[in-house]
Write a protein that binds this ligand. Structure first.
Ligand code: PLP
Length: 371
């Protein structure tokens, strides 16, 4: 049994990089916060919007910023599409810099944004995104107007030095957008200290907050310069004005909200944010580091993700080379939940795991690595 309040599952679940386990009490929280006001108290919007407010407050508490600087979004792709469409690129600095290793969905969005004047430039696969000089060599090029930084890459497990990259970019007048999909709920962070212009994320992975509760955080000075194309009455300064001849952007991040919002995903995610804050993000990270290290020492020659704490996320990537089939067979027998990408097997120990479980996986790996 895990020492943390998350739902158990049969086997050894190591896929929190994909979907985190639900917190104990999550179903009850949805019943109380979503269905109860709807079924028992008549028109539920007041309570529902209060619940979305709890989501914004929970985000601010866990990752920094102020509640009103966050706007709910369905997912990161949608958030990035809206953001890029809301900025007029300077034709002399129209390059949008990204990495080929960023999550493909983000690259697809940037490709589409070329229709709005952006020019996509990809830092090639294999570049060491954990090194600031690599970013500096790209950011000193005169034509870069915006840099997209994935804090933790899903396929390499690398952690980029976001704070140094964003402050370097800001000094050169380059906008920065940070993707925290793979770091949310596993890395301690204070996003307002990064000097980023925007941060986009979701709650489905390490946070265990379910799909559909994405968000965008905007630096307060940046907000007045943004004119989203995708709007609706919740983007309006006064949603209840109902004058079709007068639209005025909301003066906070809510200008990115759009029409009638979905509700349930944010109520569920708010509960997850509250639970994670209660456990403490430092404790969550320490647990992950200790369990990952058990795997790292079991087969050091197979490790493909960084091992230094400041360069790694929560996932360890293992490439057993010629022993791949044997390793996979044994993992399946042990009922380990994992997946495989180009660099190797992705294993993500988290709150649902115990040291005893990881000991079993480590023994399996070291026995095969020694052969
Ligand atoms: C780094 C990163 N960014 C973004 C996403 C997902 O983006 P979206 O919310 O648009 O599906 C993922 C999903 O695995 C991811 O790992």
């Amino acid at each position: 049994m895990s020492q943390f309040p998350v739902e158990p599952v049969e086997g050894i679940y190591l896929q929190s990089h994909s979907v985190g386990r639900p917190w104990l009490g999550a179903q009850q929280a949805v019943a109380d916060r979503f269905f109860q006001p709807w079924s028992e108290q008549g028109e539920p919007w007041g309570q529902w919007l209060e619940g979305i407010g709890r989501f914004q407050t929970g985000l601010a508490k866990l990752i920094g910023g102020k509640p009103e600087q966050f706007c709910p979004q369905v997912n990161l792709s949608s958030a990035l599409t809206k953001l890029l469409g809301a900025i007029e690129p300077d034709p002399k600095r129209a390059v949008l810099l990204m990495c080929e290793e960023d999550f493909p969905s983000m690259v697809f969005v940037a490709q589409q944004a070329q229709a709005w004047g952006w020019q996509l430039r990809l830092i090639p696969k294999g570049s060491d995104v954990t090194e600031l000089p690599m970013w500096q060599s790209q950011l000193t090029r005169e034509d870069v107007g915006l840099v997209f930084v994935t804090q933790v890459q899903s396929n390499t497990g690398q952690q980029a030095p976001v704070e140094s990259i964003c402050s370097f970019a800001r000094d050169r007048g380059i906008r920065s957008v940070v993707d925290i999909a793979q770091s949310m709920g596993i890395l301690p962070m204070q996003i307002e200290s990064w000097q980023a212009d925007a941060v986009i994320g979701s709650c489905v992975k390490w946070l265990g907050g379910g799909p559909g509760a994405g968000f965008i955080w905007l630096c307060p000075e940046f907000i007045p310069q943004l004119a989203p194309k995708d709007v609706g009455w919740f983007s309006h300064a006064n949603p209840f004005e109902f004058d079709p001849h007068h639209f005025e952007y909301h003066d906070e991040a809510a200008r990115f909200w759009g029409g009638t919002p979905s509700v349930m995903p944010y109520l569920l995610a708010a509960y997850a944010l509250e639970q994670a804050a209660e456990v403490g993000i430092e404790r969550i990270r320490a647990h992950n580091l200790a369990l990952v290290d058990m795997l790292v020492v079991s087969c050091p020659q197979w490790i493909r993700s960084p091992t230094e704490v400041h360069r790694r996320g929560g996932t360890v990537i293992i490439d057993p080379g010629a022993r791949l089939a044997d390793v996979e067979e044994r993992l399946v027998k042990l009922k380990v939940h994992y997946d495989r990408r180009e660099l190797g097997l992705r294993l993500s120990p988290h709150l649902c795991n115990t040291p005893e479980q990881l000991q079993q996986v480590a023994e399996l790996l070291s026995a095969l690595a020694a052969k």
